[in-house]
Design a protein around this ligand. Structure first.
Ligand SMILES: [Zn+2]
Length: 240
């Protein structure tokens, strides 16, 4: 066993048995080096350089991410708000979000391309890969989409704690956290509980920055967290 492979059980405990890129639930995840270890031997055992990747993401990541610039040119699931960059829709189809910032848009595209995140029949998947089912990420994602939507219907019909618990178990076994989050996005309780259930999820990367606290009773001024304290009101001019 290579030395970095010893990191695998720790990473699995921290992030769950899910591919860091495509979110598939897989028993065969490998420790993946963000910056390739061949060109960066000093990073071979560096924790911040580790993610978990499924066979398909690992083998698609042919582009050698080697330098800090290579890293900066892409979005990474452990440090960026990838939740904002990709959209999940019917059939488990993944697309790039309409990001306003051209730099962020470029990074999202580079990440998708790096691991083949958007690939499906008719969109980048090779006939051979379809024939041999060597890359089933699209198919499993499509099944996850259906499963999550069925689960949502169940919950609408029977909004009980028991059904919620059952759905959370199902989601955890299924993987594809982003799909469950998308399907249940209007259900605040489920969003919270999905984040708890997928224990590697950083909630700060899911929710938008917290809005300002509700205004207290009298105020005409809405404080913002970063606003400096208001200066004292100027003294009334003499003679007023
Ligand atoms: Zn993957």
């Amino acid at each position: 066993m290579t030395e970095y492979a010893h990191a695998r059980p720790v990473l699995l405990r921290r992030m769950g048995d899910y591919c860091s890129y495509c979110e598939v639930h897989a028993p065969t995840l490998a420790v993946e080096h963000i910056r390739c270890k061949d060109k960066n031997p000093t990073l071979e055992l560096e924790w911040s350089n580790f993610l978990l990747a499924c066979t398909s993401c690992n083998s698609t990541k042919l582009i050698s991410v080697s330098t800090e610039d290579d890293v900066a040119a892409r979005l990474w699931p452990d440090r960026d708000r990838t939740q904002d960059a990709f959209v999940y829709s019917a059939g488990g189809v993944v697309s790039i979000a309409e990001l306003k910032d051209p730099a962020e848009l470029s990074k999202a595209k580079m990440t998708a391309e790096m691991v083949g995140l958007l690939k499906r029949p008719g969109a980048g998947l090779k006939p051979e890969q379809i024939k041999t089912a060597s890359d089933r990420r699209w198919e499993l994602r499509s099944q996850a989409w259906d499963e999550a939507n069925d689960a949502r219907k169940d919950l609408l019909e029977q909004p009980t704690p028991l059904v919620r618990r059952r759905i959370l178990k199902e989601a955890k076994a299924c993987g594809f956290f982003s799909i469950w989050l998308t399907v249940f996005r209007d259900d605040a309780e489920m969003v919270e509980r999905l984040i708890e259930e997928f224990n590697g999820t950083d909630r700060a990367r899911i929710f938008p920055p917290a809005p300002a606290a509700p205004a207290p009773a009298a105020p005409e001024v809405t404080p913002t967290p970063s606003a400096p304290p208001s200066p004292p009101a100027p003294a009334a001019p003499p003679g007023a």
